[in-house]
Design a protein around this ligand. Structure first.
Ligand code: ADP
Ligand code: ZN
Ligand code: ZN
Length: 714
């Protein structure tokens, strides 16, 4: 008798364990199949973790698997194992991990396409019908959808031909289109060539950091490495941050690997999603360019993963399963021998650390293609501007640069790196932000209560009337919105055409593409936006980039704030000097001597890294320790606080394993969807003991929502 271990499609405490069922004789079943099983009084869906021969001690009263759901195996054995690992690592239910791997509404049979084909003989007088019939006869069976797209005027004739029987319909699995690889339009530089060679000749499972300044031609290296994998019959995955999946990125891949490339992003319809999912599984496509969840696609022969802009925070999923794409990709490298290339001009401190320690391979591209210089960066001290009597949000240096660019018919990008909730109070005279007297972190301004709160220790105070450091009365709540910047631009340069890019205008892909192409075609002179326009876009006519308020990133209540500030500045300055003009960057700040700003202005990643890694080590932040963020939420603020204190009490046992516990403190977003939220931060080693306590905490019923976030990032 055979038994199957099954994980049920239920997200509830107690039901997340493995259930054993009997396999009826003759049933074709294997690890990774979806099954229908009896459960309680009803039925449930499940995933088969293992099929095994029953030994002597078969538990009595086992129920039978009712049916295998699909006519294909939904999850490869590798993906089944990945789901188990994720459940452990990210403290989620296994079913949540599997849900992330399967597209919604996946059918039990792979969807077919409809082909139409001319049959028999048909020689009538010239008509639309006869024309279509002849086309079909000459070109062979065609996709019905293709006729609707290419010859919409013949759609009606098609219906009539089908009715009269001279055209028949066939349902078939999609065919693989004729594929080819186009040659690179460039001669690779020696640096690029050597980088590609090192990746290509490395052992399976090798992990590389490709650290290359903006404009150093990393994409050509990726393309070269991918080509080598494809020629050997393998598949490749290119991961990009959600916001970097521009038409331009896609074109570079699809023009090179003809009929081989599929896309994966949040704008796909369920049908498109399912189709790509099956295309990957059956190797009809060999390359996917996609956002983070593409890492779960069912590749049959994955040989290489490229993770572009690996430092991006959008690679982390903020809801269950709270995975980090980089960690999942690393797991695939370890377990399945997939090569992994992490590319960035400003690597995350973790990746940079691993590379410098020799734990992963390290390749550098230090020069820009064509030896174009990196743009000069001017750091403007806004305290000085104020003393000079300039109250505008634009410094005089930036005003002059913009005026000159507009006169030369060049384009300008203005960045506002504002994060909605992280507001703080800044002194415009001495440049200091108000900090917690106990924790030395920037206190967050809560408009609701008109109070400053420390997110690490609870300390709360009224915003002062004068600066605690220099006693200046010129302190204010900080943060200008993109609307405000647009207004100012229109006031100063009434003839300039301004376009605004932020979360509101970029709701969907169509909006994004429209904005992008309009700016490339120079339908706007000035683009104002948040950091989402800092990524991967190539605008050859941009000669001035302005960062309006570098301080906003610097004062995030986040241990990665220096890293984020540095990355933003370098990525933003990478948006200029791409055409033939050198370009210029203006950074406005009240803290020009901050090391993140000073190093970014010199494009000096190494200098920044050395200083930041010291800070991380001293305070035991990643990569030196792991962080887990525990979140407690309740409809009543007193209840939420009381429960948070109980949870904090339980995790005190972690002190014995070398952990440090911070909080409870109100979350940076203290009230969300009518619930008050408190955070407790656990810092410590990634050890079995620690996981054990956290897992128990997940299981125990505190009568409130506890979210364990194993890889803390803001
Ligand atoms: P990165 O991703 O490192 O910022 P890109 O891959 O976008 O850089 O390359 C920057 C620009 O240089 C692109 O416009 C690209 O087409 C061009 N480019 C890349 N490699 C070469 C080469 N070997 N010769 C000429 N141009 C190149
Ligand atoms: Zn001051
Ligand atoms: Zn504090």
């Amino acid at each position: 008798m055979r038994l199957a271990d099954v994980v049920l499609d239920r997200i509830a405490r107690g039901l997340d364990r493995t259930w054993t069922y009997e396999v009826p004789a003759g049933m074709e079943i294997s690890k990774g199949c979806r099954v229908r099983v009896p459960f309680g009084k009803g039925k449930a869906q499940g995933i088969v973790l293992a099929v095994r021969e029953a030994n002597d001690a078969v538990p009595s009263g086992l129920k039978c698997i009712e049916a295998v759901t699909d006519n294909y195996v939904a999850l490869s054995p590798l993906m089944v194992d990945l789901g188990q690992w994720m459940a452990e690592e990210y403290l989620c239910f296994p079913s949540q991990a599997y849900k992330a791997m399967l597209p919604n509404g996946l059918d039990s049979e792979e969807p077919t396409v409809v082909l139409v084909e001319a049959v028999g003989e048909r020689a009538k007088r010239a008509s639309k019908k006869q024309r279509l019939w002849t086309i079909l006869r000459e070109r062979g069976p065609l996709l019905q959808t293709r006729i609707h797209e290419e010859m919409p005027e013949l759609a009606r004739s098609l219906r009539e031909l089908i009715k009269e029987g001279s055209v028949v319909i066939r349902h078939e699995l999609p065919q693989r289109l004729p594929q080819s690889i186009a040659p690179s339009p460039f001669t690779l530089t020696t640096e690029q060539q050597q980088a590609a060679e090192r990746i290509i000749t490395s052992a399976p499972g090798s992990v590389w950091l490709l650290e290359g300044v903006t404009g150093s031609g990393k994409t050509e290296v990726y393309l070269q490495a991918i080509e080598s994998v494809l020629r050997a019959g393998g598949q490749a995955l290119v991961l990009v941050p959600e916001i970097a999946l521009t038409p331009q990125t896609v074109l570079r891949f699809s023009e090179r690997f003809i009929n081989m490339v599929g896309l994966w992003h949040s704008g796909l319809s369920p049908a498109e999603r399912t189709k790509t999912w099956h295309d990957v599984r059956t190797q009809r496509i060999s390359v996917v360019v996609g956002v983070r969840s593409a890492v779960f696609l069912p590749f049959a022969k994955l040989g290489l993963i490229v993770m572009d802009e690996e430092h991006e925070s959008t690679y982390k999923q903020e809801e269950h399963p709270r995975y980090h794409t980089r960690e999942v990709a690393m797991w695939l490298a370890r377990q399945a021998g997939v090569k992994l290339v992490l590319g960035s001009a400003t690597p995350s401190l973790e990746t940079a650390f691993y590379a410098r320690q020799g734990l992963i391979g390290w390749i550098r591209l230090d020069s820009r293609v064509g030896d174009r210089a990196l743009p000069p960066v001017t750091v403007v001290d806004m305290r000085h501007e104020l003393k000079e009597g300039n109250h505008s949000i634009f410094s005089s240096v930036l005003q002059d640069a913009v005026s000159e660019a507009l006169e030369q018919h060049e384009q300008v990008i203005l960045f506002l790196n504002r994060r909605g909730y992280a507001s703080f109070v800044l002194c415009r005279e001495c440049g200091k932000a108000i900090e917690c007297p106990r924790c030395a972190v920037t206190m967050t301004y809560h408009q609701h209560e008109d109070a400053l709160i420390c997110h690490y220790c609870f300390y709360t105070t009224k915003p002062p009337r004068a600066c605690p450091s220099c006693h200046s009365p010129k302190i204010r709540y900080f943060g200008a919105g993109t609307e405000r910047v647009v207004e100012e631009v229109q006031k100063l340069w009434p003839n300039a055409r301004v376009s605004r890019a932020d979360r509101d205008t970029l709701r969907n892909r169509a909006g994004y593409e429209a904005l992008y192409f309009d700016f490339v075609e120079h339908k706007a002179d000035v683009l104002v936006g948040t950091q989402m326009i800092a990524k991967g876009m190539d605008f050859p006519n941009v000669s001035v980039v302005g960062i309006i308020a570098a301080d906003v990133a610097l004062h995030l209540p986040d241990f990665r704030r220096a890293e984020r500030t540095f990355q933003l500045m370098v990525q933003a300055s990478g948006r200029t000097g791409r055409g033939n003009r050198p370009g210029t960057v203006v950074v406005q700040t009240y803290d020009p001597d901050h090391f993140a700003i000073a190093h970014a202005a010199r494009h000096d990643y190494d200098g920044f890294y050395r200083q930041e890694i010291e800070f991380r080590q001293e305070l035991q932040y990643p990569p030196f320790a792991n962080l887990w963020l525990l979140e407690v939420a309740d409809a009543s603020v007193q209840e939420a606080r009381r429960k948070a204190e109980r949870v904090a009490h339980v995790v005190q046992s972690l002190l014995a394993y070398g952990c440090e516990i911070l909080g409870p403190a109100p979350a940076p977003l203290p009230k969300l969807r009518e619930r008050y939220r408190f955070h407790i931060l656990v810092k410590g080693p990634k050890s079995e003991d620690v996981y054990h306590v956290l897992r128990e905490l997940e299981r125990e019923d505190f009568g409130c929502r506890i979210t364990v976030d194993p890889y803390y990032m803001l």
